[in-house]
Design a protein. Structure first.
Length: 241
């Protein structure tokens, strides 16, 4: 993505702004049962994530194929330690992380003490749901179009990064709505999950958006259950700050 003074802004590529995903309607309503979690039990936590991914596959395969859009199963890998430069990312030193590698369509999970000592099931559920949003972006051509976007300066580049990331947060909310209410869950559980969302912190580069912005897009997806509400590419800059 080379800088160019001639680049048009805001985003105008129809593969981003008018993608067929937005016209496909709401996700089908399905059920997704949560499996058991226990403190410091890596095996159960991995099984929990695998079960959520299986639900994601069932829902998104039905939705995309019914809309005449391409579909391919995501791959899942569980690693004790993700390599520092995995898939071109600058992987940090946190003991618990999750990434999506678009090169090979793989969700990668590293579950350590931070996520296992007192495991929060809906946090893991939402993490998988939002990361799967990157897979959806790849399948419908959003990721390829994003990678070709030009930008005039660092500010525009960072905003494009946020538009991509915030769309996955919204798509995660869309999926959660499609399986809600999960057995034993109430709206309070959803609100408690939102309370722990965190955006870019002071001094960080503006990759993901403010906490309030992330919550706003997640709420939007959950309210509608429709990927059409997740068009971050046409939103004003103030909505992707």
């Amino acid at each position: 993505m080379a800088p160019t003074a001639a680049a048009a802004y805001p985003v105008k590529d129809p593969k981003l702004t008018k993608n067929p995903l937005y016209e496909a309607g709401a996700l089908p309503t399905t059920t997704c049962a949560e499996s058991e979690l226990k403190r410091n039990n890596l095996k159960l936590a991995r099984a929990y994530l695998d079960a959520v991914v299986a639900c994601l596959e069932t829902t998104w395969e039905q939705h995309l194929t019914n809309a005449g859009l391409s579909y391919e199963k995501v791959k899942v890998r569980h690693m004790n330690r993700i390599p520092k430069k995995y898939c071109g990312f600058d992987v940090g030193k946190e003991d618990s992380q999750a990434w999506y590698c678009g090169r090979n369509g793989t969700l990668v999970f590293q579950l350590g003490k931070g996520w296992l000592e007192d495991p929060y099931d809906l946090w893991l559920f939402n993490t998988a749901s939002s990361l799967y949003g990157y897979h959806v972006q790849k399948l419908v051509g959003i990721n390829a179009a994003y990678n070709k976007l030009r930008y005039r300066n660092k500010t525009e580049y960072d905003e494009q990064e946020r538009r991509e990331s915030l769309q996955t947060e919204c798509l995660g909310g869309v999926f959660m709505k499609s399986v809600w209410p999960i057995e034993g869950r109430t709206t309070n559980d959803w609100n408690e999950l939102l309370d722990i969302f965190q955006g870019d912190q002071p001094g960080d580069r503006r990759w993901f958006g403010k906490t309030s912005t992330i919550k706003s897009w997640a709420r939007r997806g959950f309210a509608t259950g429709d990927p059409g509400s997740c068009n971050t590419w046409t939103a004003p800059s103030s909505k992707v700050a």
